[in-house]
Design a protein around this ligand. Structure first.
Ligand SMILES: N[C@@H](CCC(=O)N[C@@H](CS)C(=O)NCC(=O)O)C(=O)O
Length: 209
């Protein structure tokens, strides 16, 4: 049985959607990031880095989205979310890392700029983060030329993570995802997947409750 500590719509949604894709039951435990619950002692015992997601699988606690996604793909190889071939796997890790270390980090500067600078520099940090997000969008849009998914013609792990981050662009002024046709179509393609829709609906329902 899996337990996922999550915040609705956050990067934890990628884990939730992959669990849905794999047909795995999951107990969802909300962590209210807005109220700072992740900085509390109880949560830090699970994840000293004070971030969602945290996946608990029996007695195993795992953090960091790429590690969690790969763990799930390895436990459920029949779904083919990670390819077997060495170079194709490497390409998946490349995009997982790009999503985490580049796009996520850029959004971090847009969403919590005060974490990176004193008050008088907050606007600059946010603007620099937004420029970096746009640079990522341009690169992803080019990388998607002739492909339905970021590593080729079938969905793999990085698509779930990239998709979630592409849903965050309400925090940006233009350009946004919709200004990049391939990227917009990609977001729509991944987002319309039943597993992704189920995960989103369940998180929205929990949020409303
Ligand atoms: N490197 C971490 C990043 C996790 C992360 O930043 N999660 C965000 C939600 S998308 C979070 O918990 N933010 C709370 C905060 O920044 O205070 C991972 O891949 O799991």
């Amino acid at each position: 049985m899996y337990t996922l500590y999550y915040f609705p719509g956050a990067c934890s949604l990628a884990v939730h959607a992959v669990l849905e894709e794999l047909g795995q039951a999951v107990e969802l435990i909300p962590v209210n990031l807005r109220k700072g619950e992740h900085f509390g002692e109880a949560f830090r015992t699970l994840n000293p880095a004070a971030r969602v997601p945290v996946l608990v699988h029996d007695d195993f606690v795992l953090t960091e989205v790429p590690a969690i996604l790969n763990y799930l793909a390895e436990l459920h190889p029949q779904a083919g979310l990670m390819p077997a071939a060495v170079r194709e796997r490497a390409d998946c890790f490349r995009w997982l890392n790009y999503a985490s270390s580049r796009l996520h980090a850029a959004f971090g500067r847009v969403m919590v700029p005060q974490r990176f600078a004193s008050e008088e520099h907050v606007a600059q940090i946010r603007a620099a983060g937004a420029r970096d997000v746009v640079e990522c969008y341009q690169l992803l849009d080019r990388a998607l030329a002739g492909k339905d998914y970021i590593t080729g013609d079938r969905i793999r792990l990085p698509d779930f993570l990239l998709y979630v981050m592409l849903t965050w662009d309400a925090v940006l002024s233009r350009p946004q995802v919709e200004d990049y046709p391939r990227l917009a179509a990609y977001r729509e393609r991944v987002g319309s997947r039943p597993a992704v829709q189920r995960a989103r609906a369940r998180e929205a329902q929990a949020k409303a409750a």
